[in-house]
Design a protein around this ligand. Structure first.
Ligand SMILES: [Fe+2]
Ligand SMILES: [Fe+2]
Length: 222
């Protein structure tokens, strides 16, 4: 039987595996945040990236290899999250036409993950950028927010599409593929701008003890 204390053990095992280069997906028996808080405060982000994968129907945490030579950073964890989400969308497109159940699971995980990623940026990180750059929401974060709205329109289509596909709707899969294509057209350049400009500047703005605090809030974000 699994229990919240075995969650700590499962995540600790997954961190060891991630340090050996193997990304893990850990299903938890209890709520994610208490155990994640304990691990993050204990320095787990120096060993692996931790990211909530989904909370329904079960709670799962992605535990992913990171470059051990670099200090944990906003750039590092969110660049990795871009890669994680890209891979999930690609896997959904490869497997989903033939397997609607897989399309449904991957589609829901992908949309949950990208929506949460966008909330973290807009509610936690962009306000830091705006306040400290002195741009007050008029600079690059305004462009990023507008692109998020375009991305979210396609995420709605993806959710509806994978659900209809799972119900046996014959035309639904084509709409999913089209929505993913439209989304990628915006998301590719969007991610690149964040990785080259916004994330490194945010890391500079919070350099020092504040950076660890921002990273902990990011991992635990509701
Ligand atoms: Fe973004
Ligand atoms: Fe992003």
């Amino acid at each position: 039987m699994s229990s919240p204390s075995t969650d700590h053990q499962s995540l600790s095992d997954a961190i060891l595996a991630a340090e050996a280069g193997q990304p893990q997906s850990v299903a938890l028996a209890g709520p994610a945040r208490p155990v994640l808080r304990e691990l993050v405060i204990g320095g787990a982000l120096r060993r692996a990236w931790l990211m909530l994968e989904n909370e329904r129907p079960i709670t799962r945490v992605a535990v992913r290899p990171r470059d051990a030579a670099q200090v944990p950073s906003v750039f590092g964890i969110l660049e990795d999250d871009h890669r994680r989400l890209d891979a999930m969308a690609a896997e959904m497109i490869v497997k989903g036409a033939e397997d609607p159940a897989v399309a449904l699971t991957l589609g829901h995980d992908f949309v949950y993950g990208l929506r949460r990623h966008i909330r973290i940026e807009e509610e936690l990180l962009f306000p830091i950028f705006d306040a400290r750059s002195g741009m007050q929401g008029q600079g690059p974060t305004q462009v990023m927010r507008a692109e998020h709205r375009m991305i979210e329109r396609e995420l709605d289509r993806i959710v509806k599409g994978v659900e209809a596909h799972a119900r046996g709707d014959a035309g639904a899969w084509r709409d999913v593929v089209e929505a993913v294509g439209e989304m990628e057209g915006v998301l590719g350049p969007h991610n690149m701008k964040e990785e080259r400009i916004l994330y490194p500047m945010i890391d500079r703005f919070v350099a020092g003890p504040e950076q660890a605090e921002v990273l902990a809030r990011l991992v635990l974000w509701e």
